[in-house]
Design a protein around this ligand. Structure first.
Ligand code: SF4
Length: 221
């Protein structure tokens, strides 16, 4: 098994030489690869990304379409009883925890950031319920990319493509930051996410119709 993996790695060559062609081919294959969440401002972006944990972007968009009509400022999330906010978030799952985190995050925005969503990762991750992945998404979508978003698709594809051997998202991000040209930190996660949804599926990767199968040590063709 070990020799098979080593042989596959030798066949495709070092990752430093593969990263650019992989990005270019995926960009041609998925020209529409952008964030699927719908939002109109920084606050809506933050809330959408916080709600997207453990659920689909489609569900979040369905919930926020109604939510954002009622909740337009940080104060609005604090003005209703907690139970009411929980009910508004219910379809997104883990709604009690999400409601508590949202209220605590909104309170901190008001107390420490004049009601504005900060741009810096180290400030974003101080908000309750905001981890590094959420912070990276929020910063990147506002043109202030400071890291590489690592979600379940980015982790799986980075491993299959031989860009990392780690499981821990923090270590995977560290590998990607070293490997990926900085100008591609924002778009690579979108490309991997869409390739993961359409081609490199978790259970059955469709290697035969994958545009990077000659560059992938995990290819089955
Ligand atoms: S060749 Fe297969 S495993 Fe590799 S990225 Fe493409 S679909 Fe995924």
């Amino acid at each position: 098994m070990r020799s098979y993996v080593a042989e596959a790695r030798r066949r495709v060559g070092p990752r430093r030489l593969r990263i650019r062609p992989v990005i270019e081919r995926l960009a041609r294959e998925h020209p529409d690869a952008t964030i699927a969440l719908r939002f109109r401002n920084d606050l809506e972006l933050l809330v959408s990304v916080m709600l997207s944990a453990q659920t689909t972007d489609v569900t979040v968009n369905r919930v926020t379409e109604k939510l954002f009509r009622t909740y337009q400022r940080p104060e609005d999330y604090l003005a209703v009883p907690l139970e009411e906010l929980e009910q508004d978030l219910k379809p997104t799952g883990t709604f009690r925890q999400k409601a508590r985190n949202l209220r605590a995050a909104m309170a901190m925005l008001l107390e420490e950031f004049d009601g504005e969503v900060p741009l810096r990762i180290d400030e974003l991750v101080r908000l309750p319920g905001v981890g590094r992945k959420t912070a990276n998404v929020v910063a990147s979508e506002r043109g202030a990319t400071q890291g590489v978003v690592v979600d379940t698709h980015v982790r799986r594809l980075s491993q299959r493509l031989g860009f990392t051997r780690h499981e821990d998202p923090v270590k995977i991000e560290r590998d990607l930051r070293r490997l990926v040209p900085r100008e591609d930190w924002a778009r690579l996660p979108h490309l991997l996410i869409w390739h993961g949804r359409r081609v490199c599926l978790a259970r059955r990767p469709c290697c035969e119709r994958c545009v990077v199968n000659d560059l992938c040590p995990s290819s089955r063709v």
